[in-house]
Design a protein around this ligand. Structure first.
Ligand code: FE2
Ligand code: FE2
Length: 246
């Protein structure tokens, strides 16, 4: 009993020491993936963005667009003239360019969904539904772009627009959360570390092709400017009040 415990302790200690040596050897850029360490710039701050990190931070941009839509829907119901149509138009065009034409069409529909469908299991049942949601999202984005052309939003269509914004938000909150927790992890499981590294490079090339050097950074600036124009930039306004005393 004593000897097997000692052996377990030794094995655990060896694993920890081994892992520590490996991590120290590879630095923070490529933890646990010695193959990549030869390719990356050791002095590059922050290191390489992996393909799955890329996809999830793109969701971050889209989630911020959804927050704009939620805030706009509330204002539209209270006072349609309180919302400058231009801010919704810019949000919809950002969602189109960054979400629909790039993230969905060039990455998810081209690479991720086909791979996930081949592995079977729970994840494989999602892509058809997710594509249908992409298509419905595109129809709603067309509608938002079309009704926000004018200088003011009329009371006649403000309720319909608020309904569309809210249903779009509900769909995409569900959609992106499932992709983050089911689809992207399943996709990652279809590749070796080397193949994933190749996808990191491929996704980076596609991003550069589509937007030039700073696709993500430009999208962050665009959504930040929209938030500012609607008074949504200061995050401290969203700190929840303390709970009631019990
Ligand atoms: Fe998607
Ligand atoms: Fe997505």
């Amino acid at each position: 009993m004593e000897s097997s415990k000692s052996r377990r302790d030794f094995l655990f200690a060896s694993t920890v020491v081994g892992a520590t040596v490996l991590l120290n050897g590879c630095g923070r850029l490529n933890q646990g993936n010695p193959e990549k360490s030869a390719e990356s710039e050791p002095n590059e701050l922050g290191g390489e963005v992996t393909a799955t990190e890329d996809l999830m931070r793109e969701h971050g941009i889209l989630r911020r667009a959804l927050l704009v839509y939620s805030a706009a829907a509330i204002k539209l119901r209270a006072n349609p003239s309180a919302i400058a149509p231009d801010s919704l138009q810019k949000t919809a065009k950002l969602f189109r360019a960054f979400g629909e034409e790039y993230h969905e069409k060039k990455l998810e529909e081209a690479y991720i969904f086909p791979a996930v469908k081949t592995v079977g299991g729970e994840a494989a049942s999602y892509p058809d539904i997710l594509v249908a949601q992409h298509n419905r999202g595109r129809e709603i984005t067309d509608y938002i772009i079309s009704v926000t052309q004018g200088a003011k939003l009329g009371t006649s269509n403000s309720d319909t627009l608020a309904n569309s914004l809210e249903s779009f938000v509900l769909m995409y909150r569900n959609h992106a959360a499932r992709e983050d927790t089911i689809i992207f992890p399943a996709w990652k499981q279809t590749m070796t570390a080397k193949q994933l590294d190749e996808m990191n490079d491929k996704f980076e090339d596609i991003e550069h092709e589509q937007f030039g050097a700073d696709g993500f950074e430009d999208a962050v600036k665009q959504i930040a400017a929209i938030e500012s124009s609607l008074g949504l930039a200061d995050i401290s306004q969203f700190t929840a009040p303390p709970p009631p005393k019990v």
